[in-house]
Write a protein that binds this ligand. Structure first.
Ligand code: MN3
Length: 198
């Protein structure tokens, strides 16, 4: 069953002025679509290798699967983590967990921004539920998959590849990551936390 590019959950210009329509078109229609295509191609290569009993190319297939699957998953999450009605601060259980694990929303935000702003090259800032510690953790991801931890569930992700912001913010990644907080869909993040804790 091939993977499919999900539609954006809002119009391309819905997040303006924080993210312009041109950036959203390019990012969703070209970049995210490219990861879906890459994932389907990698799965086809794996199937062909299994059918032929020839795993001589497996190293490259594993690399393509990890990169493109992670890219597809993170972008799908990223779109739903944002909303034209977003911004503000989390409430209820999510707010309580953030206060427990980061002392305050301000400290959480400062750590999340620093993690996102200092990703080396292309990657992501990630807030994730870590079941072993029963806690929220902030991670960096280089590319889409490096520096990941096993078993954690990402609930809030911020794409800091240059394609995510360069058309609008040029090299000012710090302005882009700050703007992200104006469109975060905290209801979506809270629902993802609730699901991850079950
Ligand atoms: Mn991207």
């Amino acid at each position: 069953m091939p993977h499919e590019l999900p539609d954006l959950p809002y119009a391309y210009d819905a997040l303006e002025p924080f993210l312009n329509a041109e950036t959203m078109h390019l990012h969703h229609d070209k970049h995210h679509a490219g990861y879906v295509k890459g994932l389907n191609e990698a799965e086809e290569k794996l199937k062909a290798a299994q059918d032929a009993g020839d795993f001589s190319g497996l190293r490259g297939v594993c690399d393509a699967l990890a990169f493109n699957y992670s890219g597809h998953l993170l972008h799908s999450l990223f779109w739903s983590n944002m909303s034209p009605d977003g911004g503000g601060e989390p409430e209820a259980e999510l707010a309580a967990q953030i206060n427990k694990d980061f002392a305050s929303f301000a400290t959480f935000k400062a750590q999340f921004l620093e993690a996102s702003n200092t990703v080396q090259g292309s990657g992501w800032g990630v807030l994730a539920w870590q079941p072993f510690g029963s806690q929220l953790v902030i991670l960096q991801a280089e590319k889409h998959q490096h520096l990941a931890q096993w078993g954690v569930t990402p609930i809030l992700v911020l794409d800091v590849w240059e394609h995510a912001y360069y058309l609008q913010y040029q090299n000012r990644r710090v302005e882009f990551t700050e703007a992200f907080f104006h469109v975060i869909n905290w209801g979506d993040v809270a629902a993802r936390l609730a699901a991850a804790r079950c």
